[in-house]
Each structure stands twice: as C-alpha cells, then as structure tokens.
Design a protein around this ligand. Structure first.
Ligand code: KG4
Ligand code: ZN
Length: 317
C-alpha cells in the first residue's frame, strides 16, 4: 500500500510518500516566517506548494491521506480539496487524518513498540498528555489551561527579537550560556493534573528585554528551556506513578529541542521507562505523520474512506 500524505494544517506544506513501513519521500516546503503565521497568506502559499510538491512524487499511489484538522480553516481547505480532487481524478481512495494523531502516532509507526504508551504532545498549538491504548482508543489526561508550550517559546522569542519559530532560536542562543546571570520561573500548576504556561510566559518576559546583552539572553534561554523541561517532566512523572505506562512518546515541534529531550530521557531512565521521539526533522509538521496514521488505520482494519468534513476545532482536543 503506497500512501501519499498531505499536511497543510498551518503554514508549512508537508508532502510524503510511504510504503511497507518505509519513507519513500518527505518534502516540507517552508513558508516565509518573517511575520509569523498569517492565515490567509498561508492558505494561498499551500495552494502553490501542494501542487509543486505532489507533482514530483505522485507515482503508483494507492491511497491519499490529508489533514482534516485541527488547524487553520483556509489551509485545511486547500489541502483537503486538492487531496479529494486528485483522489477522484485518479480513482483512488482518500482519508482525512487528525493532525494531533499524526504527531503522537508517528513514533509508534516508526518503531513498533508495545501498546499502551503515554504520549506528550508539545507543539505550537497544543500541550497534551495522552494515554494511548490503540489506534482508535486513547484518553487525554492533561492539557494546557492557557498557552501551549510552543506558543510560549514563540512569544518569549519574539520579545527577545528572535524570528519565528521561536523554539529553534532559543535553543540555539542557549548553547552560548555562560551561567553568570540567574533567572527565576514559576512552577505553575505543578501539583495539578493540567498544564499552565501563561504565568511562565509573563514571568519570563518581565526578566529580559530585547536590549539586553547576548550573554544575558543566552543564560536566560538556557534556564528558560530547562525550566520548561522541568515542568513537563514533573507532569509525566505524576501520571507515570499512577498508570505505570513504561513507553513514553514525546512529539510535536517542541520535542525537537535536544535539551528537553535529554532531560526527559534522564527521568525515564530513573523510572526504567523508554522514551520514543520522532527524528528531529519529523517533530515539526510533515506529511509522513499523516500518511503513517492512515497506514496504521489500514493495518488495524479501522480504515474508513471518503470523509468529507473538515474539523478546524476538534472537540476531543
Ligand atoms: O508541531 P509544530 O511544527 O506545529 C504545530 O502543530 O504547532 O510545532 C511548532 C512549534 C513552534 O511553536 C516552535 O517554536 C516549536 O514548535 N519548536 C521548538 C523547537 N523547534 C520548534 N520549541 C523548542 N525548541 C525547538 N528546538
Ligand atoms: Zn503540528
């Protein structure tokens, strides 16, 4: 079964082809991020990029999978209309895939570990902890009451004068930390089930400014990302002690942060748990994760073709 995956939920366009658990093609066409994500502009860019990307890989495709939500309605509309038109014209089936399922099922598709697993999805739009029992059976056990982790990285980065996506620039700046300056960050909701990151954002922004020295910014970025890791780890540990699920999946754009990865791994090894991450280039939005969920559905016999509806706000999330 050769599957074409089309991801167009936000700004970047992801086009991928998979077959027999192998990635044959993976193209991510990045949009100009200078002014952040502008929904109308993003949709128009997808319109051009999808056509160019698919044209170069469309050969012997058996199934087309596209993102049906959550995301920006215009961007979703472009991707789904293209996918359905192409499927109809080529006489092959199509399936709408949930973007978040794409993020947290991708490591399962890549590495084939045992179910259940505990998934931490940390992206620009979501911060979720999920107990996953099967491809069609999972339960959200924690979510953010306010900002998503990636959103806080982006807002703090913008305050520092860094470009979008902020997390990348914060991680890079932190490499130059000299440990001369000290910052303090709140442990918001540390004892509760839910996440909260807006207090962290406010506290962070109050302690640094765009005019501060590069040395001070580097120390700030270092301590800020380590504190984010600490908050995430405390939450995973809290649920792990309840459910004893030993396979952990960390996914979404923020999971590409190497410091956060290694601190979570340290904690997992203390518990004898195993952590599975997508490769860094597949942490952010891509077409492979969309095709992978379609493949899992198909392998498990849960395949349903011809879903016509878009879900810009998915109520389950
Ligand atoms: O999963 P993703 O590509 O898009 C959404 O579905 O939201 O995640 C994008 C988010 C952005 O907020 C970006 O700042 C964050 O992932 N991000 C990072 C890093 N790379 C991307 N955050 C921290 N460290 C990174 N290295
Ligand atoms: Zn995403």
């Amino acid at each position: 079964m050769r599957i074409l995956g089309i991801e167009s939920s936000c700004d970047d366009t992801g086009i991928a082809v998979i077959e027999n658990n192998k990635i044959l093609e993976n193209i991510v066409l990045k949009q100009d991020h200078k002014h952040g994500v502008i929904p109308e502009y993003a949709a128009r860019q997808h319109h051009v990029a999808i056509f160019e990307g698919v044209k170069s890989v469309f050969k012997n495709i058996d199934l087309i999978a596209y993102t049906n939500g959550p995301g920006l309605i215009g961007s979703l509309f472009v991707g789904s209309s293209f996918a359905k038109g192409l499927a109809y014209g080529s006489n092959i089936p199509f399936i709408g895939i949930n973007h978040l399922e794409g993020h947290f099922f991708l490591p399962y598709w890549l590495y084939h570990f045992d179910l259940p697993f505990l998934a931490l999805l940390i992206s620009g739009g979501h911060s979720l902890l999920i107990e996953v029992y099967d491809v069609d059976k999972y339960k959200i056990i924690s979510r953010s009451l306010d900002d998503a982790v990636g959103e806080v990285f982006d807002k703090v980065a913008r305050h520092l004068g860094f470009d979008y996506p902020g997390g990348v620039h914060i991680e890079k700046a932190a490499l130059n930390a000299s440990h001369l300056f000290e910052f303090s960050f709140p442990n918001s909701m540390i004892d509760r089930d839910e996440f909260s990151f807006s207090g962290l954002k406010t506290a962070a922004i109050r302690q640094i400014s765009i005019n501060d020295s590069d040395e001070k910014k580097a120390d700030f970025c270092d301590q800020f990302q380590k504190h984010v890791a600490y908050l995430l780890i405390e939450k995973i540990a809290k649920f792990y002690l309840k459910n004893q699920i030993k396979n952990w999946v960390i996914s979404g754009g923020v999971a590409s942060n190497k410091v956060i990865r290694s601190l979570i791994e340290e904690k997992a090894s203390m518990f004898g748990a195993f952590v599975y991450y997508p490769p860094v280039e597949l942490c952010t939005d891509n077409g492979v994760m969309i095709a992978a969920v379609a493949d899992l559905f198909f392998q498990k016999g849960f395949f349903v073709s011809s879903q016509y509806n878009l879900k810009p706000f998915c109520s389950a999330f």
